[in-house]
Design a protein around this ligand. Structure first.
Ligand SMILES: Cc1cc2nc3c(=O)[nH]c(=O)nc-3n(C[C@H](O)[C@H](O)[C@H](O)COP(=O)(O)OP(=O)(O)OC[C@H]3O[C@@H](n4cnc5c(N)ncnc54)[C@H](O)[C@@H]3O)c2cc1C
Length: 364
């Protein structure tokens, strides 16, 4: 096997990095994941995720984790509503139930040997040393590895320093995301509207989506166009919940009070400038590559970001362990060729959906 007596370092313990590590470890490879979060108990921000049948579910099937996914996920129907709080259409749950990000992480951690993930390790840089990599982390900590896989998300410093100098570009749309605790009790009007389904509202230049999480939490986001200068110059303090809910009340002045109820009771707001990673201009690189959002991050309009990343985890782990390649570099090259193709299709679908969602000119 190409990775016999070799050490693999995965930078980033998001769903893609952990899935890749699981698949490698099951094939007998020595792998460590270095994750910035301080511990496995760190709360991961963000909405629920779903594994699509021919993508994420296929990968979890290979890893023997499909049953765990179904046991921890909830079938969630989708309701298309208008701004007055009327339900226009309801689509029953698909065969891809929604799972909370922390539950997904828990399943993956349980599938790995103890201490595979090294927590509280913020990757800073690396250098080549005698055919190996010397990895440098915050606080002067170092590790060595024979193969490095960057899985540290859309702002990946592995990508920017070693694979391509290009940064993800801003797509012209921001999202304001909110999380509400105990919404079933605190937000009775919104609870009546959604009845634990997803709510989707498409109105003029705005797109609203809400997702119930486990434990009566609600995650929602509102996407709308803004110039890049607004991201730094908006004068808003996203830790001031009252200010942000007031901003949303003004932005969505005509919307029903059920929506305003969740804005007013939001426990945490986040501003998300929606970015995309360009797939071009990868420089020559040896024994190092990227998977997941760090390779091809994209806005969520097609809902395939995670699923595309899980395909990376599968293809790269298979290439590195199936004895079809003469060396690590050709296994990586073959994976990257495939990945450029399907990731670029996913990005094209995302861009097409964006054009349909934000077709109308924004208000001034
Ligand atoms: C609003 C929104 C909605 C979405 N909805 C969907 C959806 O419905 N379906 C779907 O398929 N996708 C969706 N996505 C996309 C999905 O969230 C991502 O594609 C997925 O999380 C990518 O996983 P990843 O493991 O590549 O990266 P991430 O989940 O970003 O994980 C990266 C990890 O790397 C760590 N890290 C970062 N820097 C360092 C460092 N220097 N050193 C060490 N560790 C580091 C981070 O702490 C993190 O744990 C959505 C995204 C957004 C923003």
């Amino acid at each position: 096997m190409l990775l016999q007596n070799k050490k693999v370092a995965v930078i980033g313990g998001g769903p893609v990095g952990l899935t890749f590590a699981t698949l490698l470890q099951q094939a007998g490879v020595h792998v460590n994941v270095y994750e910035w979060d301080v511990s496995e108990f760190a709360r991961i921000k963000g909405g629920t995720l779903d594994l699509l049948q021919n993508m994420g579910q296929k990968v979890f099937g290979k890893a023997g984790l499909l049953e765990d996914y179904f046991n921890n996920a909830r079938p969630t129907a989708r309701r298309f509503a208008d701004i007055h709080g009327n339900i226009k259409e309801r689509f029953p749950a698909f065969n891809n139930p929604e799972i909370d990000r922390n539950d997904l992480r828990k399943i993956l951690l349980q599938s790995l040997r103890p201490n595979t993930v090294v927590w509280d390790r913020r990757f800073v840089s690396l250098k080549e040393q005698d055919d190996k990599f010397l990895l440098q982390f915050e606080n002067g900590i170092t590790e060595t590895a024979d193969l490095v896989v960057g899985a540290n998300g859309i702002m990946s410093n592995v990508r920017q320093q070693y694979i391509t100098g290009t940064s993800p570009f801003y797509t012209g749309i921001v999202a304001i995301a909110g999380e509400v605790l105990d919404y079933k009790i605190r937000c009775p009007n919104f609870k009546r509207l959604c009845d634990d389904d997803k709510i989707i509202v498409k109105y003029e230049y705005c797109f609203f989506l809400s997702q119930p999480k486990a434990q009566s939490e609600l995650y929602y986001y509102i996407c709308f166009p803004k110039p890049e200068s607004w991201i730094k110059g908006n004068g808003l303090n996203f830790r001031d919940n009252k200010q942000i809910s007031g901003y949303l009340d003004d932005l969505l002045a005509d919307w029903d009070s059920a929506y305003k109820e969740i804005f007013a009771l939001t426990d945490e707001f986040t501003l998300l400038p929606l970015r995309q990673v360009p797939l071009e201009n990868w420089r020559p690189h040896k024994n190092i590559t990227l998977i997941g959002d760090s390779a091809h991050g994209m806005p969520p309009y097609a809902g395939v970001g995670l699923n595309t990343g899980l395909m990376d985890a599968l293809y790269l782990s298979e290439n590195l362990t199936n004895a079809n390649f003469k060396d690590i570099q050709s296994a990586i090259q073959d994976y990257e060729n495939k990945m450029f193709e399907y990731a670029s299709e996913a990005q094209q679908e995302t861009t097409k959906n964006k054009a349909a969602l934000f077709a109308k000119d924004p208000k001034e």
